[in-house]
Write a protein that binds this ligand. Structure first.
Ligand code: BGC
Length: 879
């Protein structure tokens, strides 16, 4: 038996949560990873201890989302959990550090709080003001445990005895409130004391009653009154309990926030601040009693992922004076968040903060924001002190800010941008020898950060910011590599399923709002119902998620089966098609070169096939057979309808061939070969410029690679002329743009009414950078088997990727020197890798955990048609 100390259990986690406080399931699954220098380490057994009771040694290699080994948790139950493991080589670990898993309120009748609102007449048309609610209370003795369970109709910020509770923002986030409203659990033990205490809350419209959506949008979508739902539960040292719930004993008062809207921005009038309002001694005799409402319509649910938080601050890169004397601040990075200012001036003076992603002739370009003003105002409350302020109930997408009426000089540190998004753990990195590609990758990371703000949105700036299904469908593989987004997307998928149950189809965006679109199903968008859970299963090994989403997946596919009817072609009705194909005119983004019904039928075949595979994973044997047979029939129908005997597809386009190849729609090998050749030809004929929209973009490089046209894929990837992935980079982009030419080559903004500079969909190519350029891909769920298959090209002399898989960190790094190719692969304990070197005569090898080095001979970089260094390019130039 080898000694214990070279095997260590690291990162014991519960479900997909880093902070297992207030979890919403009675049987949370546990995951751990192992660090060891022992080579080829595989777990042979584990032991889990829950509150001192052990499972004993369990012979099992499982370490990801292992079933809860103990009795069901009841509401509020808390237990210490630790684990230890044995390796098949006889090694053993010590016990891990314990984690504390605590259940939230699991049953509806755990809630005794009412929804506390201000008088109806206080509400104003959105953007309405924010209100203060408070309650003073007496604590009978020392507190040993205090939990605050809270949510709101609207947005809330809580404080206890003047101290802000927690550090999350925009709580409770946006879910399909009619079906699910998230509550949060806060450990507030340290904020309470025996004697007089006070709890305070500020409440604003947020998604609940604020304006949402384009073309004027909708207001009061979920209700016309904001309300707080809070339940503070104390356990005292003497064992007794005390509870303070929102009820008629609370009082309310208007606060200093005159108006706050997610799109509009926030106006804070510091003259109306009420010092000490949320502390115990405050005299609230002139406050008004709250009105209590029912909790309906929302079932309250616990979070499955992390909250939105302030993640980092960015300092200005430069400050200029605009033509009107205002200050224009460039943060050097397009982001989602808001400003934090430090200001001193005259009481009553108002500073205006405007935000935009780009400049137009030195002024803020606000046209792309459409009707989202993104304008904050701060009215100074007193002239005798410097005040620090940051809006609390709004968020903006911006790189530039314009400060109007700033008193005096702008000093160092007086303004900074606070980047805000869901506080996910970063898990993926990529780097290579090509600076523009690195910037492209950074841009994809920043677009993910800008749009993973509680739900996966299309954009963070204009009057939209909706959970568009098609966008996350194509970006999910990239997202799952870069960050641990499993918990966040789990929540969104529950909403998707809930909306789907209500509307009998998968809406184009979730949560759904009845804006201009009807509820007709659309391929590639609605297919998110199947593809996103599948991607999460591949990347995070979560079979339970497949099970939970299964009825949503089957309902979607069955709906389309019903719709295609006997000819098996999805050839009628609404489609977005290959949205934003570069050939589409600016104001007709759906007018793509590729037949929308070819796209739709291809997706139907693909998604049905995936569902057949999912059915097999879930042991749904009949479904497996039924869907596999249907998928095969649709593939045949696709070929009969869209493939000519010559091998040409009826849409002779990059997207059509990419779909046919990647979705395996061509029955015969010679058809596939021809399609691969034709795809490469089309790319070359187009001057190695991209011709795909949302649908073709994530597939084309993979399709070329599979067709042994990897050089063409690199030529496409490294193209800098418009349209291409690197064109925006050469134009100074710091995020992925919605359009290939959101900024036109002459530096003007695309004239369309739909021009965002922060849309992740076209950044889906980052997944190809990870899997094929660097060569790190999952080959079995959760990366238990890793495929290491780098395909050097493009004149790159090195590339590397690192990903923190559920088993631990995996890494691939290669360098190419002349004809020599050196590869280093790190495989985490418990996983394996299949290494396919980029030399045709070398057989794949399978390796276990540890770090491994390989060398082989490859073509000289000089033989590579893309090897020439790009010229005249500057990374990160000003837009
Ligand atoms: C959004 C999207 C979305 C598209 C579909 C746009 O307005 O920004 O990215 O997928 O509409 O129509």
């Amino acid at each position: 038996m080898t000694t214990a100390h070279n095997v260590r259990v690291t990162s014991l986690t519960c479900e997909h949560l880093r902070e297992p406080l207030g979890i919403g399931v009675p049987r949370p699954r546990l995951s751990w990873s192992v660090a060891t220098a022992a080579p080829n380490w595989v777990q042979s057994a584990y032991e889990i201890e829950v509150s001192g009771t052990s499972t004993g040694r369990v012979e099992s290699a499982e370490s990801v989302l292992v079933a809860w080994p103990s009795a069901d948790l009841g509401s509020r139950d808390r237990c210490g959990v630790r684990v230890r493991v044995w390796g098949s080589d006889g090694t053993a670990s010590d016990w891990s550090d314990p984690i504390h898993v605590e259940a939230g309120l699991l049953a509806a009748d755990d809630w005794r709080a009412a929804a506390a609102s201000v008088p109806a007449a206080w509400h104003r048309p959105p953007p309405g003001p924010a209100f203060h609610l408070r309650r003073g209370f007496h604590v009978r003795g020392p507190v040993v445990r205090a939990r605050l369970y809270a949510t709101a109709h609207g947005l809330y910020e809580l404080s206890l005895n003047g101290q802000t509770v927690g550090d999350s923002l925009l709580t409770p986030g946006w879910t399909s409130y009619r079906h699910r409203l998230r509550y949060a659990t806060y450990d507030v033990t340290d904020l309470l004391r025996p004697g007089g205490n006070a709890i305070g809350a500020s409440l604003a419209d947020g998604w609940y009653r604020g304006r949402l959506g384009f073309r004027g949008g909708l207001t009061e979508v979920y209700g016309d009154r904001v309300a707080l739902i809070a339940q503070l539960e104390l356990t005292l040292a003497d064992g007794t309990r005390q509870e303070i719930c929102t009820d008629g004993a609370w009082t309310c008062h208007p606060g200093p926030v005159r108006s706050a809207g997610l799109y509009e921005g926030e106006h804070h009038d510091a003259r109306d601040e009420l010092p000490g309002w949320n502390t115990a001694g405050y005299d609230d005799r002139d406050w008004t009693p709250v009105e209590t409402l029912g909790l309906e319509p929302s079932p309250l649910v616990a979070p499955t992922g992390p909250p939105v938080r302030p993640i980092e601050t960015v300092r200005p890169r430069s400050v200029d004076r605009g033509s009107d004397g205002s200050l224009i601040v460039d943060f050097g990075q397009n982001l989602s968040g808001r400003l934090r200012i430090r200001v001193r001036g005259e009481r009553g003076q108002t500073v205006t903060l405007r935000h935009a992603e780009v400049l137009d002739r030195g002024e803020l370009a606000t046209r792309p924001l459409r009707t989202a003003a993104q304008e904050d105002r701060y009215t100074i409350g007193s002239d005798d002190r410097t005040q620090t302020w940051e809006p609390r109930f709004t968020i903006h997408g911006f790189r530039y800010a314009q400060l109007e009426h700033w008193p005096g000089q702008l000093g160092d540190g007086d303004v900074e941008a606070v980047v805000c998004h869901t506080d996910m753990r970063r898990t993926g990195w990529f780097d290579c020898s090509h600076p523009l590609l690195n910037r492209l990758h950074d841009n994809a990371v920043w677009s993910m950060r800008g749009n993973f703000v509680d739900l996966p949105t299309d954009c963070p700036q204009r009057d939209e910011r909706l959970g568009w299904t098609g966008d996350i469908q194509v970006f999910a593989p990239t997202a799952s590599f870069l960050y641990d987004c499993a918990g966040m997307l789990t929540s969104w998928l529950e909403d998707l399923a809930a909306e789907q149950r209500q509307y009998k189809t998968v809406p184009h965006y979730v949560p759904w709002l009845p804006l201009i679109f009807s509820l007709e199903p659309a391929a590639a968008w609605g297919d998110a119902a199947v593809i996103v859970p599948w991607v999460l299963y591949q990347r995070f090994g979560d079979t339970g998620l497949l099970r939970r989403q299964y009825s949503s997946m089957t309902a979607w596919v069955d709906q389309i089966i019903g719709l295609v009817g006997d000819n098996l072609l999805w050839d009628k009705g609404f489609q977005f098609g290959d949205w934003l194909d570069p050939a589409a005119p600016p104001d007709l983004p759906g007018a793509a070169l590729t037949d929308r019904y070819l796209v739709a039928t291809a997706y139907h075949a693909y998604t049905t096939q995936l569902l057949a595979e999912i059915a097999a994973v879930l042991d749904e044997a009949d479904d497996h057979l039924r869907y596999a047979a249907h998928a095969a029939a649709v593939r045949q129908a696709f070929a009969d309808e869209f493939l000519a005997p010559s091998g040409r597809l009826s849409s002779d386009t990059q997207t059509a061939y990419a779909l046919a190849l990647q979705f395996e729609l061509l029955p015969k090998p010679e058809q596939r070969e021809r399609a691969g050749r034709r795809l490469a030809e089309l790319v070359a004929q187009g001057g190695h410029r991209i011709g795909t929209g949302f649908v073709g973009t994530p597939l084309i490089c993979d399709a070329l690679t599979a067709a042994s046209e990897v050089d063409t894929a690199y030529q496409l990837l490294l193209q800098t002329r418009h349209p291409s992935w690197l064109y925006p980079v050469t134009m100074g982009a710091t995020t992925i743009w919605e359009r290939w030419d959101s900024l036109l080559p002459d530096g003007t903004i695309n004239p369309s009414g739909m021009t965002s500079f922060n849309h992740y969909a076209l950044g889906a190519v980052a997944d190809w950078l990870h899997r094929t350029v660097a060569g790190l891909a999952p080959a079995a769920p959760g990366y238990r088997l890793i495929r290491v298959a780098p395909r050097p090209g493009g004149g790159l002399t090195h590339a590397q990727a690192e990903h923190h898989t559920p088993y631990g960190p995996a890494a691939v790094a290669w360098t190419r020197t002349g004809t020599r190719f050196d590869l280093t692969v790190t495989v985490p304990p418990g996983a394996h890798a299949r290494v396919e070197l980029p030399a045709p005569d070398v057989m794949p090898v399978e390796i276990g955990s540890g770090t491994h080095h390989f060398t082989c001979a490859v073509r000289a970089a000089a033989d590579d048609p893309t090897a020439a260094e790009p010229t005249n390019l500057h990374v990160g130039d000003d837009v």
